[in-house]
Design a binder for this molecule. Structure first.
Ligand code: NDP
Ligand code: MN
Length: 378
């Protein structure tokens, strides 16, 4: 095997009270980037600004980042940053706020760039000439606080662009479990199954290395042992802490090993039907593990390590416990249109087959395999 590298943030602060680490920062000006209203509503936005003020850092807030953040939102934020001139960017919120802040940062550093010029892998110029980046996740899911990835949507053309750049790995991640403890139960369930999926897909990825398996296996163990409790008892900080750490651990695994077919198929379901990312992953996972078993012994090894019989079955049971249905037909988002379904199915199958996540799936499927999996899961 040729030389490899393993990239993660330089500092990860975790556990109750981790947010107070903001008061230790050295700098002058911070741009705080956040989503709709949750961080304001629960007081975390004001807390962050106060802690920064204790550090002698003046801050502004760039809010209103929507779920599936748009190109327009990214340029609005970059413009506000150019006017203010921050030396820190502090992203606090779900994966959407963190992803948007990463790309705002890019256009703050390089105002001359167009969106088209950063889409290709390896095309992003160096960051950190003007500012460094802190990520404070409010969901235990995407692990954007750890990863080199951001997903930005071209709303007009209904296209989600995955942006990949090693420089977008945050400098600092702050994992304070009091923040995700405010998530409602259904968001806990969906984002928690996204964590499971990141770990399972990194583990079985063709790009997995000896650095992948320990992080991924530990994340899976933590999700199995803590997600039901975080779902049933949202204010259980012990369960929230383990889920928040599990998300970051899974992020360390998949930012370096990439993902697989579940994410390929989920991306297209999201695009066609608006099914939430984590929910789509949760429904697809058991079908794809059953399909992938013929290509990989990683599932068997995982089951031996965990002392369970069948990981796909364990995921079905976890889904059922949290009210996640076994098929897409049972999702509220999926308005069924039988006469058009064959056409949609063909399009989704071709697009999922071509998704970059398919490249690292343990075995290479055909378009017909992809279609059969969609059919089974609908
Ligand atoms: P979002 O950031 O989209 O947030 C979903 C909803 O949850 C929002 O309405 C938000 O409200 C609310 N919310 C978030 N945190 C809390 C909280 N603590 N309490 C109450 N409500 C809360 O969700 P995700 O984290 O799942 O991010 C999904 C996005 O991330 C997608 O765009 C997906 O494509 C992308 N993604 C990125 C990856 C990466 O590596 N960068 C990997 C996988 C997916 P409000 O807006 O009011 O805060
Ligand atoms: Mn995901």
């Amino acid at each position: 095997m040729s030389m490899m590298s393993f990239s993660i943030p330089r500092n990860i602060y975790y556990g109750e009270g981790a947010l107070t680490q903001l008061a230790q920062l050295k700098g002058k000006k911070a741009a705080i980037v956040t989503g709709g209203s949750s961080m304001k509503r629960f007081g975390f936005l004001d807390q962050a600004a106060e802690l920064l003020q204790q550090a002698g850092i003046e801050s502004i807030v760039i809010d209103g980042v929507e779920p599936n953040p748009s190109v327009e939102t990214v340029f609005r934020g970059a413009k506000a940053m150019q006017e203010f001139g921050p030396d820190w960017i502090v992203a606090i919120g779900g994966g959407s706020a963190l992803d948007a802040a990463k790309v705002m940062w890019c256009f703050y550093e390089h105002p001359e760039l167009k969106f088209e010029e950063i889409i290709e892998v390896g095309s992003m110029p160096p960051l950190r000439n003007k500012a460094k980046f802190i990520a404070i996740p409010s969901t235990s899911g995407t692990a954007s606080e750890i990863t080199a990835f951001s997903v930005i949507t071209d709303v007009e053309n209904h296209i989600k662009y995955p942006i990949v750049a090693a420089d977008m790995v945050p400098d600092i991640a702050i994992l304070d479990p009091a923040i995700p403890a405010k998530m409602p139960a259904h968001i806990t369930a969906h984002t928690g199954m996204d964590v499971m999926c990141h770990a399972i897909e990194a583990l079985a990825s063709t790009a997995a290395t000896s650095f992948t398996d320990p992080y991924a296996t530990e994340a899976i163990k933590l999700v199995l042992n803590n997600l039901p409790q975080a779902y049933a008892q949202g204010d259980d900080l012990a369960a929230r802490t383990e889920m928040h750490n599990a998300s970051a651990l899974a992020g360390m695994a998949f930012t370096n090993a990439s993902l697989g077919l579940v994410h390929s198929l989920a991306h297209k379901i999201g695009g066609e039907f608006g099914v939430t990312h984590g929910l789509a992953n949760a429904i697809l996972m058991p079908y794809i593990i059953d399909f992938n078993r013929q290509f990989s012994d990683k599932y068997q090894k995982l089951e031996d390590a965990l002392g369970i019989k069948d990981i796909a079955q364990a995921i079905r049971e976890l889904n059922a416990k949290m009210g996640i249905p076994a098929t897409f037909q049972q999702c509220d988002e999926v308005a069924f249109c039988p006469n058009k379904f064959e056409e949609v199915l063909e399009r989704m199958s071709a697009n999922a087959f071509a998704d970059p996540c398919t490249l690292t799936n343990p075995g290479q499927p055909t378009v017909a395999d992809v279609k059969a999996i969609y059919q089974a899961s609908f």
